[in-house]
Design a protein around this ligand. Structure first.
Ligand code: ATP
Length: 262
């Protein structure tokens, strides 16, 4: 089967006055359409750099990245993104934050004015899906951190991206809110069926959500292990207390400890 995301032999060095930083070295990674992949590894191993390459924000020095058979050569329109900081615009209401990509990304951009009512309806429906029914007219600063991150997920998904790129989206949340948001993401993914690359330091998060966990080496980052996660879906949050789940988390932790020292 051909891969939906195909990353082959990718290397990246940041050039700077004080010398280069070799961030990635010969990294290979591929995902099938609809797959949920998590990328974990020691701090500074190049996970965020990988996200920038896949979304076309940076070109690699070597290697190739293809999404749905097309080489990435600039910012990728079919990707939605969310980060640790929800980055909502404080002067825009929640619904207008969610609608932002539609004002920028074609073909929505040219239709936006004429079809605004339909788009607003879609945004309200998406907000309801993540438990924010009735919050569309609030401002971001009226919402908790977890609610803001729900809005950020809606903004990432409003233009129906085939690929969702998440860079530690729940890292700043408390443990309970984080688990709630895992379930929100689980349900959105199951309902809509996009492909996901999730960068995270949280090995429980990766094990709960992903179909496959990719472990990167210390910098310069390359792939050192891929661990398929076969727990049946839909996965209940209680799975996190299952000994088989904990064994996987421990094995991942041991592997990362090993590559940090190598
Ligand atoms: N714009 C940049 N210019 C120079 N060096 C950079 C730049 N961005 C990242 N780096 C360096 O590249 C390496 C990889 O960084 P990156 O942010 O991709 O790692 P990471 O795995 O996401 O880190 P963390 O887990 O701590 O978030 C680090 O050594 C970092 O200092």
């Amino acid at each position: 089967m051909t891969a939906f995301v195909d990353i082959k032999d990718v290397s990246l060095t940041y050039k700077g006055a004080a010398g280069g930083v070799h961030a990635l070295d010969g990294l290979d990674l591929s995902l099938q359409k609809g797959e949920f992949a998590a990328v974990v590894g020691p701090s500074g191993c190049g996970k965020s750099s990988l996200m920038k390459l896949v979304t076309g924000l940076l070109p690699p020095d070597r290697g190739s990245i293809e999404i749905d058979g097309t080489a990435v050569r600039g910012p990728v329109k079919m990707a939605g993104m969310a980060f640790q900081n929800p980055n909502l615009l404080p002067w825009r209401r929640v619904i207008d934050n969610v609608l932002l990509p539609l004002e920028i990304v074609e073909p929505h951009r040219s239709r936006f004015r004429a079809e605004k009512a339909r788009y607003r309806e879609e945004a309200r429906a998406l907000l309801a899906t993540v438990g924010l029914d009735g919050f569309g007219d609030r401002y971001p600063w009226e919402l908790s951190g977890g609610m803001q991150q729900r809005v950020s997920l809606c903004r990432a998904l409003i233009h129906h991206p085939a690929l969702l790129m998440l860079d530690e989206p729940f890292a700043a949340l408390d443990a309970f809110t984080r688990e709630e948001l895992w379930c929100v993401l689980r349900d959105l993914w199951q309902k809509i069926g996009f492909t996901v690359i999730l960068v995270t330091h949280d090995l429980r998060e990766a094990t709960f959500l992903a179909d496959k966990i990719h472990v990167m080496s210390a910098r310069p980052g390359r792939l050192v292990m891929t661990r398929p996660i076969d727990f049946p879906r839909p996965r209940p949050i209680e799975l996190c207390f299952d000994p088989a789940f904990t064994d996987i988390v421990h094995a991942l932790r041991a592997k990362i400890g090993e590559v940090r020292k190598a």
